[in-house]
Ligand binder design. Structure first.
Ligand SMILES: Cc1ncc(COP(=O)(O)O)c(C=O)c1O
Length: 396
């Protein structure tokens, strides 16, 4: 069969692949310690559930405007303005497009900005959908290496040296999936200074994990650190991760109005507006005070520390302490045999120790694995202990 060149090279997500194996093993009756989850294990906000029940009863189930209900666009603009108080002109509802999760929001932006041959820069390790979206749009991914020693954060020098006349877009994700790297306001400012010298480069800041920071007040929105870049920055956020609402598919872009018009046109001919019920729920969830999310933040912090304590018992791995999100990124280089990558390691860990993790290969880090700590404490501690015990059985 002849597929279009846009989709022919797309790869299946590593997370979906490992989950298929987990499901097969479960069907065979094996109990699996699953640390692959890319989603919170906590329920969505109570108020969001109630609003949806009421909306169903009131038959609020018709098409909505493509970029979202006006009240929701207002609520998103207000939410973003609270995170970016230094902007000289705040965002308005006209600059918001509500999409099917952060994923569609990023996809829309990449498709609206990238032409064949354009270069898109982003640091590695990266969220595995970035390169696939860029290649589907005909662009070229330029991957900027970072190291565990620098906390997997990109230096301004590396960014500067990678920019060419073909560079069209820079993607930044803080806190990061998969590393948990989080850039402080000062670090974002340093990157922003580089970008100020290159006026043709757009910035997409993926802030989907914004509430999950481990030092309170450490997270900063890219535009809050760099308000002068407002006319070429797209902020992506949503309720999937920090609102525990993954399946409700609520994400958005906040971007200058000319780009927003293109995003609306693209979405209007693909999916149209997102599920009406989710939009009512999103309005309710966005009205909650930040303090309502504190318990969840502290719970992730506690779990992170528990997992670090257990994994710290093995000298065969290097664990980078995450500053945000709910993942641990573990370098297994020392435990891997010659010419082995983490794909094989993750498969053997699953077969031999019944622990499921995601290989770092698709995140641009072939010797690493990603562990999610969005699971209950008992599972997390047992799984980490099994990893340590398994490492003990390996030579070296
Ligand atoms: C870094 C990052 N950005 C965006 C998304 C997309 O989130 P959503 O579920 O809202 O589409 C994810 C989801 O895993 C993510 O990890």
């Amino acid at each position: 069969m002849r597929l279009s060149s846009r989709v022919a090279g797309l790869r299946e997500s590593a997370t979906l692949k490992i989950n298929a194996i987990v499901n097969r093993l479960k069907q065979e009756g094996k109990s699996i310690y699953n640390l692959t989850a890319g989603e919170p294990d906590s329920p969505p906000p109570e108020v969001a559930k109630q609003v949806v029940i009421d909306a169903v009863r009131k038959n609020l189930s018709r098409y909505t405007p493509t970029p979202g209900l006006p009240e929701l666009r207002e609520a998103v603009a207000a939410h973003t303005n609270r995170r970016q108080p230094s902007l000289s002109k705040p965002w308005s509802a006209q600059e918001v497009v509500v999409s099917n999760g952060g994923k569609q929001a990023i996809f829309n932006a990449v498709f609206s900005l990238i032409d064949a041959g354009d270069e898109v820069l982003f640091p590695a390790p990266f969220w595995l959908s970035y390169p696939e979206m860029v290649s589907a749009a005909g662009g070229t991914s330029v991957i900027l290496q970072t190291s565990a020693a620098e906390g997997y954060r990109l230096s301004p020098e590396t960014l500067e040296s990678a920019i060419t006349p073909r560079t069209r877009l820079f993607l930044i994700n803080s806190p990061s999936n998969p590393t948990g790297a989080l850039y402080t306001r000062e670090e974002l400012r340093e990157l922003g200074k580089v970008l100020e010298r290159h006026p043709d480069v757009w910035i997409l800041s993926d802030e989907i994990y914004d509430r999950i920071e481990f030092e309170k007040g450490s997270w900063c929105s890219f535009l809050e650190a760099n308000p002068g870049l407002k006319d070429r920055t797209v902020t992506v956020n949503g309720l999937s991760k920090s609102g525990s609402m993954t399946g409700w598919r609520i994400g958005w872009t906040v971007a200058p109005v000319e780009l927003t018009r293109a995003l609306i046109a693209l979405q209007g001919h693909s999916t149209s507006g997102i599920c009406s019920l989710s939009q009512y729920a999103a309005i309710a969830a966005l009205s909650l005070p930040e303090s309502d999310f504190e318990i969840q933040r502290l719970q992730y912090l506690h779990r992170r520390n528990l997992a670090l304590e257990v994994l710290g018992k093995s000298e065969k791995i290097e664990v980078c302490v995450p500053r945000g999100a709910f993942y641990l990124f573990v370098d297994c280089k020392r435990a891997l045999g010659q010419n082995q990558d983490a794909n094989g390691f993750a498969e053997r860990l699953l077969q031999d120790a019944q622990v499921a993790v995601v290989s770092g290969a698709d995140f641009g880090a072939p010797t690493c694995i990603r562990l999610s700590f969005a699971v209950d404490e008992k599972t997390l501690v047992e799984a980490c202990q099994r990893i340590v015990d398994y490492l003990d059985t390996l030579p070296g």
